[in-house]
Design a protein around this ligand. Structure first.
Ligand SMILES: Nc1ncnc2c1ncn2[C@@H]1O[C@H](COP(=O)(O)OP(=O)(O)OP(=O)(O)O)[C@@H](O)[C@H]1O
Length: 715
């Protein structure tokens, strides 16, 4: 009932169309209900008294009203098409616009499959009900009401008897309705789960192949398809039961009517014409009643769909635009974070009382261990989230009172996850920046991607497919930098933009940032300290707090976390193409288990290392495998994953440039106690146990030193 009211509510903005449609519907229903009465007059007033005059009048009335009925039904259908189309169009645009208003938390809550399903299957189901089912429902309901009124006027006693019987028509469906609703919801949810699996499989096909997870996905898909089959069967059973029940009730009603009607005729309480008219009209009303019940499953289906669409529409945007938002004047921005506390959830905070000042036109870096809150702080500067406490200001305007359009015009965030649209490279670069061809090429050159694009057969007209999946991570990254430059932002926010680039391109991008320094305010998040040595100020994050700030030199002298991170990252040499790395002796001496080993020996150890490169998602080490190599990360990020007692894999740590792992393997063949998986393109140096053993045989002191340190660490 609630849903019917909602559907009517959807019609209310279109009063004229609704009025025309209802008028046409009334004519149509009026005709279909009144037509059977002609039987009463034909039999009682024309056939029985053999009156040609009456017969001719009845015939003319029947034909002319029939013609009017046909015209009304055609025009009504046309109006309904228009009305339904307008409603769905409005709803689609409303849903689309609302989705665009949502910020990151929303997109983390709903997966792509869920949202696409709401636009596709749910919207189709709702469209069907708005265009077909609901008008049909109205027509049948009106037919029943009008029919009953006429039946009462023909013979009220018979109608009353019929009404009592017709209660039966509603008991059955009522009893089954709950079951049908549950079956419908179960089926929809299992459809959604399956869609998500397909989505995940298509998007992650490379990872699935490389990790050899096909069997796991097949197993999941098999279970979900079986679930779909079971729920589909239940749904069909519930639907068919709902549809058949009214027919049984109709049979009982027919019995009552013919029996009681016969009694009335035999006792001269009803004419034969009257009974024929009653009978025909009753069948028609009964059919309409039965149709009404058979429409219920469709209504339930659409009601579920409508609620799923409403759920999205009612989802409040967490980051909203102020009704009286201000335009941010175009100028080199200064930034302030005042006592900012923020958490992705209510329960925990990822940033605690963060305060900082960034002067206009300065180049500032956020550095710190993985998970320390650098990217989170950057996202607050782009207003992807609002702080729980404190404020973020640009040019002394709290960014919550700025219009989103002016904020986005002035500031551009470039992240590691570059999304490219399925259109040409040119469109991907230009978007709606209004930049010219010359500017586009200049930006591509600045981002070091022009030569690559020019080398493709279709150059800038090359079509991007699969959201840029056919391009390398470095190419995508450089395209996103060019895209950002074309927007000419005064504030450039960079989140690990060089992590997917080879050393030569990284150095070019770093030089580009150097050149842009005076023209823009730049904030860069990175874990690679060599790239921010020239920053005007470096903020060091740890556990969601800024624990230190200053220039590279100032921070080095303070001898704390920055120094530790710096010491960890220095001492590696990498070829320009990023394929060949070496480690310096001094750097090896910093490893705890090489402490005290003579420099000449360290030199020999350094020569044992070989370079390994790997791509995102690749497992360098698998939990349970026998360990026979020790690794040092030259560039890149790795997650350490452990299988928990419940069988689920969990990330327990993240390692990056300068970190090492697997040193026990230098001495003993012990199984790996965790999996190490690359989070992006990476370069490592590794040394095999056998090579190391040869060296240890020649120089037993290495073994002693190593054993001593490892024992200290383990014990
Ligand atoms: N969308 C999210 N929902 C919930 N928690 C999140 C989300 N994004 C990040 N976190 C958590 O917030 C903390 C800070 O993450 P953040 O990405 O800001 O750190 P980071 O210093 O940039 O790390 P990294 O260098 O690894 O990117 C981490 O514990 C992380 O797991």
């Amino acid at each position: 009932m609630q849903f019917l009211r909602t559907l009517l509510h959807l019609w209310t903005p279109y009063k004229r169309l609704t009025g025309i449609f209802l008028f046409c519907l009334l004519i149509e229903v009026g005709y279909s209900v009144a037509a059977p009465i002609s039987l009463k007059y034909l039999v009682d007033e024309a056939f029985t008294p053999k009156s040609v005059h009456n017969f001719a009048i009845i015939l003319i009335v029947l034909l002319s009203t029939g013609f009017i009925n046909i015209c009304a039904s055609i025009y009504g259908e046309y109006t309904l098409g228009n009305l339904g189309g307008q409603i769905i169009k409005k709803l689609r645009i409303e849903l689309f616009t609302h989705l665009q208003k949502q910020s990151l938390p929303f997109h983390q809550k709903y997966r792509v499959g869920d949202l696409v399903a709401r636009f596709s299957s749910d919207m189709t189901s709702l469209e069907r009900v708005v265009r077909i089912v609901f008008p049909y429902f109205l027509k049948e309901a009106l037919s029943v009401l009008l029919g009953l009124f006429i039946l009462f006027s023909i013979e009220w006693k018979l109608t009353l008897a019929m009404l009592v019987g017709s209660i039966l028509m509603f008991i059955g469906p009522k009893l089954l309705q709950g079951r049908a609703e549950t079956a419908n919801l179960d089926y929809k949810e299992s459809q959604e789960r399956f869609t998500n699996t397909i989505d995940e499989m298509v998007k992650g096909h490379k990872t699935i192949k490389s990790l050899h997870l096909q069997a796991r996905f097949q197993d999941r898909a098999r279970k979900q398809v079986q679930e779909l089959f079971t729920f589909g069967l239940k749904l069909q059973l519930a639907g068919s039961m709902m549809e058949r029940l009214p027919l049984i009730s109709l049979l009982i009603l027919n019995g009552i009517m013919i029996g009681f009607g016969g009694y009335l005729i035999f006792h001269d309480m009803m004419s034969i014409g009257g009974f024929m008219a009653f009978f025909t009209l009753f069948l028609s009303v009964g059919q309409s009643g039965s149709n009404l019940s058979s429409l219920i499953p469709s209504l339930i289906d659409s009601s579920t769909s409508f609620h799923r669409i409403r759920e999205i529409l009612d989802h409040p945007a967490t980051v909203t635009e102020d009704a009286h938002s201000l335009e941010l004047p175009s100028s080199l921005p200064s930034i302030r974070m005042d006592e900012v506390t923020f958490g992705y959830t209510e329960e925990a905070n990822q940033l605690h009382n963060v305060s900082l000042r960034i002067a206009p036109g300065s180049y500032v870096a956020f550095i710190g261990p993985s998970g320390s809150g650098k990217s989170t702080a950057l996202q607050l500067l782009s207003r992807f989230y609002d702080p729980k406490q404190g404020s973020v200001s640009i040019n002394d305007y709290d960014i919550r009172i700025l219009s989103e359009a002016s904020l986005r015009k002035q500031s551009t965030l470039v992240t590691q996850d570059t999304f490219l649209f399925n259109t040409t490279i040119r469109d991907n670069l230009l978007l709606d920046s209004g930049a010219s061809e010359v500017e586009m090429i200049a930006a591509a050159k600045q981002a070091n991607i022009h030569d690559v694009i020019a080398g493709w057969p279709n150059g800038y007209d090359t079509e991007v497919h699969h959201e840029g999946g056919s391009l390398s991570g470095g190419e995508r990254q450089r395209l996103s930098i060019a895209r950002a430059l074309l927007r000419k932002p005064n504030l450039l926010l960079l989140d690990e933009v060089t992590s997917a680039l080879d050393p030569a391109t990284e150095s070019d991008i770093n030089q580009l940032i150097e050149r842009l320094k005076s023209e823009k305010t730049i904030v860069s998040v990175t874990h690679r300290l060599s790239s921010v040595m020239n920053a005007d100020c470096i903020h060091v994050f740890q556990d969601g707090r800024i624990i230190d700030s200053g220039t590279h030199q100032e921070l080095l002298h303070k001898n704390n976390l920055y120094r530790t991170l710096w010491d960890k990252q220095y001492g590696f040499n990498l070829s320009q193409d990023g394929l060949y790395a070496t480690v310096e002796m001094d750097r090896l001496a910093k490893l705890p288990f090489f402490e005290g080993i003579a420099p000449t020996l360290l030199k020999n150890i350094a020569l044992l290392f070989t370079t390994e490169t790997c791509n995102e998602g690749e497992n360098i080490v698998r939990e349970g495998d026998e360990g026979n190599k020790f690794y040092i990360i030259v560039r890149g990020k790795f997650e350490i994953i452990k299988r928990m007692p419940d069988g689920v894999e969990r990330r327990v740590a993240v390692l990056q440039d300068g970190d090492h792992f697997g040193e026990i393997a230098l001495l003993h063949n012990v199984p790996r106690n965790a999996t190490v998986r690359a989070m992006g393109p990476s370069v490592l140096l590794s040394v095999r146990q056998e090579a190391f053993h040869r060296l240890m045989a020649e120089h037993p002191q290495i073994k002693q030193s190593l054993e001593h340190t490892l024992q200290k660490r383990i014990g």
